[in-house]
Design a protein around this ligand. Structure first.
Ligand SMILES: C[S@@+](CC[C@H](N)C(=O)[O-])C[C@H]1O[C@@H](n2cnc3c(N)ncnc32)[C@H](O)[C@@H]1O
Length: 230
C-alpha cells in the first residue's frame, strides 16, 4: 500500500467509526453551526478548534460559512494529515491554519478568538487537572462572552446508569459493524477512556471561567455543552 492509500484507508475507518459510534454525529455539527451562527451573526469570525485532527469541523462549517477562519490544534500527525486532505479538497487553505501539538503550542497572537470548539477530546485526557488546564487555556484564548462548545464522553463508571448507556452504545456498534473482532477490540477499550460525571464536567467548565453552561446534546455515551467565556 502506498502512503496515500494508507492515509485514505485511515480516513475511511475514522469516518465509519465516528458515525457508528455517534449515530447523530452529523446532526451534532449542524446543531453547533446553528448555535454559533445565532450567537455570532454574520460577521467575520475566528475560531479555535481543539482536536482538529480528522478535519470534520472544517468540512462541516468551512464551506457554509465563508466569513469564518479557523485555527486547529492536534498532537496527532496522522489525524492532521486527514484534516489537510479535506482542507485541500474543499479549497479551505486560505482560511485554515493547522498547528501540530496542543493548545500550549498556539503562537502568541494579539487578538483572542471569537469562538471555540473541543469535540471528542476531553475523554482522552486522563488527569482531571490536565482537563482543567486545557479548559482554562481555551477560556484564556477566547474574547469575553465568546461561545464555546465541549463534546465529551460522560458518566460515572461506578454507576449502573453509565453501563446501561455503554450497552446502548455497543448496540450501535453491533448494528453498524460487520467485523466481530473489530467490535470486540473497541468494546473492551471503551471503559479505558476517561469518563467524568456530568456534574463534574460542568464544574470544570465553571472553574475554568465559563458561564451559562447548558447541555444541548446527548447520544449514547457522549454529551455536548454550550457555554460562554466570562
Ligand atoms: C476522536 S478525535 C476527534 C476529532 C474531531 N474533533 C472530530 O470530532 O472529528 C480526537 C482527537 O483529539 C486529539 N487530541 C488528543 N489529545 C489532545 C489534546 N490535548 N489537545 C488537542 N487535541 C487532542 C487526537 O489526536 C484526535 O485527533
Amino acid at each position: 500500500m502506498t502512503e496515500e492509500q494508507k492515509l485514505n484507508a485511515k480516513r475511511a475507518t475514522y469516518e465509519k467509526t465516528t458515525h457508528i459510534s455517534i449515530p447523530s454525529y452529523d446532526s451534532l455539527f449542524s446543531m453547533i453551526q446553528s448555535y454559533f451562527r445565532f450567537e455570532l451573526g454574520d460577521i467575520p469570525v475566528s475560531m479555535l478548534v481543539v482536536g482538529a485532527g480528522g478535519g470534520n469541523e472544517f468540512s462541516a462549517w468551512g464551506p457554509s460559512n465563508p466569513n469564518w477562519t479557523f485555527t486547529g490544534v492536534d498532537p496527532s500527525e496522522d489525524m492532521l494529515k486527514i484534516a489537510k486532505l479535506k482542507i485541500d479538497e474543499l479549497d479551505l487553505e486560505s482560511r485554515v491554519s493547522l498547528i501540530p501539538g496542543t493548545i500550549d503550542d498556539l503562537p502568541q497572537q494579539d487578538s483572542k478568538f471569537d469562538v471555540a470548539s473541543c469535540i471528542l477530546v476531553l475523554h482522552f485526557i486522563h488527569d482531571v487537572q490536565e482537563k482543567l488546564k486545557l479548559l482554562r487555556s481555551i477560556k484564556d484564548n477566547l474574547k469575553p462572552g465568546a461561545p464555546f462548545v465541549l463534546v465529551s464522553a460522560y458518566g460515572d463508571l461506578d454507576d449502573p446508569e453509565l453501563h446501561d448507556r455503554i450497552n446502548v452504545w455497543k448496540s450501535f456498534w453491533v448494528a453498524g459493524y460487520e467485523s466481530p473482532e473489530a467490535f470486540d477490540n473497541v468494546s473492551s477499550n471503551i471503559t479505558k477512556i476517561s469518563f467524568l460525571p456530568e456534574k463534574q464536567i460542568e464544574e470544570l467548565l465553571k472553574e475554568s471561567g465559563f458561564t451559562r453552561i447548558t447541555r444541548f446534546y446527548s447520544t449514547g455515551i457522549m454529551a455536548g455543552w454550550m457555554c460562554h467565556a466570562e
